[in-house]
Design a binder for this molecule. Structure first.
Ligand code: COA
Length: 257
């Protein structure tokens, strides 16, 4: 079965992350499938809202770290699958609703900042450990996050890698409400259906006005990816990721600098 499952519920298109044994960590192939699915939802004409969910009782542990080491995006490749997915989110005209439980890490968190409604389980473990991986955040969220919650609260999440739970995500104004994990799927689809019932042109125009110029968001995505790829190629970043996969603490003692 595919790692991304696409389902239709009336006018709602559901994109389900389906790699639960790896906490739905995203691979290059999954970004490609997500970008294609978003493009199809945008162009088919019958879809009115998109929902994103995980599977197996978990949402998303971020980019697959093994894939980061084996298949990093090539510098200058504007069509790298992760960039295609991020730009599809930034340019989405359909409303997007996400439901997250258990873990929302890295891009599993940053994608929420591109969604129009966020439901989260109260105990969901949410973090953006980019700096702890010797990386920088992505998805234009170096600007979107401080704009939403202020610089000092954003720096706790982004510079200190602080982990928060779903209840705190709601307090920060980054999620609509908490929903117990057992009801998350049903309520996420119901929320998406509410968007889908509205006048579609008015919804698209309102989303465009609320989010501003997608080209400006895309420009930040490109700015960030330059730093990101430089950091990803660094020995310290590779050591942190290798250490995670080898289930040991990172050892920086042999790294020059
Ligand atoms: N990339 C690759 N594999 C991952 C992964 C990731 N981002 N996140 C989890 N996994 C794998 C684990 O290696 C483990 O695989 P194994 O069963 O073959 O050993 C499996 O998924 C389950 O993860 P586990 O760590 O046992 O679950 P947990 O509930 O104890 O912890 C997390 C969940 C998300 C907190 C923890 O897995 C983690 O920190 N993952 C890395 C997150 C990350 O740094 N993402 C990149 C952000 S840019």
């Amino acid at each position: 079965m595919s790692d991304i499952i696409v389902e239709s519920y009336g006018a709602v298109r559901l994109l389900r992350l389906n790699r639960p044994d790896k906490k739905n960590a995203l691979t290059v192939a999954m970004y490609e499938a997500l970008a294609d699915a978003l493009a199809a939802a945008e162009t088919e004409g019958t879809v009115r809202a998109v929902a994103i969910l995980g599977s197996g009782g978990t949402f998303c542990a971020g980019n697959d770290l093994k894939d980061f080491l084996a298949n990093p995006p090539r510098p200058g490749d504007a069509n790298a699958p992760v960039l295609r997915f991020l730009k599809a989110l930034a340019r989405a005209t359909l409303p997007i609703v996400v439901g997250a439980e258990d873990v929302a890490v890295g891009i599993g968190f940053t994608l929420m900042l591109h969604c129009d409604a966020v439901l989260v389980s109260p105990d969901c473990r949410i973090s953006a450990p980019f700096v702890d991986l010797a990386l920088v955040p992505e998805a234009a969220t170096t600007r979107l996050l401080p704009a939403r919650i202020g610089h000092v609260r954003a720096s706790e999440l982004y510079m200190l890698g602080e982990r928060i739970d779903g209840t705190r995500l709601v307090e920060l104004g980054l999620a609509n409400r908490t929903v117990d994990a057992g009801r998350l799927e049903e309520e996420t689809l119901a929320m998406a259906a509410r968007f889908a019932e509205k006048a579609p042109g008015a919804i698209r125009a309102t989303k465009r006005l609320m989010r501003g110029d997608p080209a400006a968001i895309e420009a930040i995505i490109h700015e960030e990816i330059g730093y990101f790829l430089e950091r990803l190629a660094s020995p310290e970043s590779r050591e942190v990721m290798t250490a995670f996969l080898e289930k040991r603490p990172p050892d920086f003692s042999k790294i020059a600098g």
